[in-house]
Design a protein around this ligand. Sequence first.
Ligand code: G
Ligand code: G
Ligand code: MN
Ligand code: NA
Length: 255
Amino acid sequence: VALLAELRKARTLDQLHLHCQPVVDAAGRIAGGEILLRWEHPDRGWIGPSDFIPLAEESGLIIDIGTWVLETACGLLRAWETRDWLSPDFFLSINISPRQFRQPDFPGIIHTAAERAGISPHRLKLEITEGMLISKLDDIVPILAGLRAAGVRFSLDDFGTGYSSLAYLQRLPLDQLKIDRSFVLDLHHDANDAVIVRTIINMGQSLALEVVAEGVETLAQFEFLKEHGCGLFQGYLFGQPVDTDSFGAKLRAGT
Ligand code: G
Ligand code: G
Ligand code: MN
Ligand code: NA
């Protein structure tokens, strides 16, 4: 309860910060970035999202925080674009929590944020999780389809950890699958995980979806994933999440 009270004030006290981690292509060039929220607590130091997002979800605070994340990310895109640091296809991935997705005017909030910043919606890749897809597909598909028609792209995060059949995936208007890092971690020690990773890549290819591997830490993992047709990669091998100024400097340097 105490933490929740502090979280309520965190935004206005400027304690919430965005970090960004590069997503690279098979040549190791930056293709985009994932925005990751951090809380700089005055006594506890840096707190990661897994330690406060559930609280924000439960309390509904995630609605305000999520909108702020979105607006700030759009502002960054605008600033980087103005400086001419972005390749035409550069994107920022933004994590969307189930509660945010279910707010009545979710599409309106996305449109407004992009319009106000003056950025193209195609630079936004919204990461949703299988957990949020438990609701009726008939309710979800039109929301995804409407935003996609406006250029916004969707990624299914933590893929493989929940339950999604091929038939189910086929009905969802997605652009990307993200292989959960737990499968990448043991790729070279666990034959099952290697099979799962290859299967996810094949599923993605069958459905014409981009596939991103998370948690790539070693060259051997990178090589395996490339060999099996994965197209995008994220992990400590290519860069940790860094503050957005540092990420901007990377973009500027073209590294
Ligand atoms: O950076 P870290 O590994 O601690 O992030 C853990 C998880 O927190 C991420 O996988 C992501 O799903 C979630 N997360 C990070 N930033 C945000 C955010 O801005 N909004 C939401 N809803 N979740 C986030
Ligand atoms: O899927 P989600 O959005 O929860 O994943 C993003 C989180 O994964 C980030 O919080 C980031 O800190 C973490 N992460 C990113 N790359 C790596 C990596 O190579 N290894 C590990 N262990 N964690 C990573
Ligand atoms: Mn994510
Ligand atoms: Na993930």
